[in-house]
Write a protein that binds this ligand. Structure first.
Ligand code: G3P
Ligand code: CA
Length: 249
């Protein structure tokens, strides 16, 4: 096994969301069962102040109801059922998630989707002693900045499209350790450059298996995928190939 295979994180994106309803406990367990060694999820806050796992700004796509998570209490949200491939589950809280996954040997990428919840998220991570296995991510640079201020012990990753030199400098100054570009930005050259700047490189937006292989082969440190089974299989195949080459040498 080479260094990439040892440290590479196969994140089940919103859980194994190709197979099970996204951001539910069912999707997270499916991801682990399929061989993911990381889980990615999205956090928002309910009207009654509970941190819950939900991706969209509007609930329409997943519930058929036009409204925001913050319009509802947790008890109201529990009435909705999320379905995928004849599987169904209910909304999960960040606390449910940490109770089940904070003691496992996996990495947790927790994405802040709503500004203003940074301190609450950090407190919950501390409550379950999950600081070392967690990376807080966001597309909102201000949320990453607030997380660095209120929880400097937590690793942070900035989700972005293109990566400019100015952005690299700003992230370095903030103490951000993970760069999370769109998978389209990942090439061997860009990964080498960002590693040299001191960042861990984790891709998002992987569209299909070919894309997944391209990102992996470019030397990224991790990626979120909706199909962690396919990535686990590819990593395993690569590892077998590497070992047989080593034995022949
Ligand atoms: O891997 C991060 C990824 O989740 C960002 O995109 O829209 O799925 O939150 P999104
Ligand atoms: Ca996300």
């Amino acid at each position: 096994m080479n260094n990439i295979e040892k440290s590479f994180i196969n994140y089940a994106h919103r859980g194994a969301s190709s197979y099970a309803p996204e951001n539910t406990m069912l999707a997270f367990y499916t991801g682990i069962y399929m061989g993911a060694n990381g889980i990615e999820t999205d956090v928002q806050i309910t009207r009654d102040g509970v941190l819950v796992l939900f991706h969209d700004d509007n609930m329409l796509r997943l519930t058929g109801v036009d409204g925001k998570i913050s319009d509802y209490t947790l008890e109201e949200l529990k009435k909705f059922t999320f379905k995928k491939n004849s599987l169904c589950d209910k909304i999960a809280t960040l606390e449910d998630f940490l109770k089940q996954f904070s003691f496992r040997d996996i990495t947790l990428a927790i994405e802040i989707k709503q500004a203003g919840i940074e301190t609450r998220v950090a407190e919950m991570i501390r409550k379950y002693s999950a600081e070392k296995k967690t990376v807080i991510t966001s597309f909102m640079l201000d949320s990453i900045r607030k997380t660095r201020e209120c929880a400097p012990e937590l690793r942070t990753g900035f989700l972005t499209g293109p990566v400019s030199d100015a952005l690299i400098e700003e992230l370095k100054q903030m103490g951000v350790t993970e760069l999370c570009p769109n998978a389209e930005e990942i090439t061997s050259e860009s990964v080498i450059k960002w590693h040299a700047c001191g960042f861990n490189v984790r891709a998002w937006g992987v569209k299909n298996e070919e894309h997944m292989k391209k990102v992996y082969d470019a030397g990224a440190d991790g990626m979120t995928v909706n199909f962690p089974d396919k990535l686990a299989k590819y990593i395993n195949e690569r590892s077998i190939n590497c070992n047989s080459v080593e034995q022949k040498a």
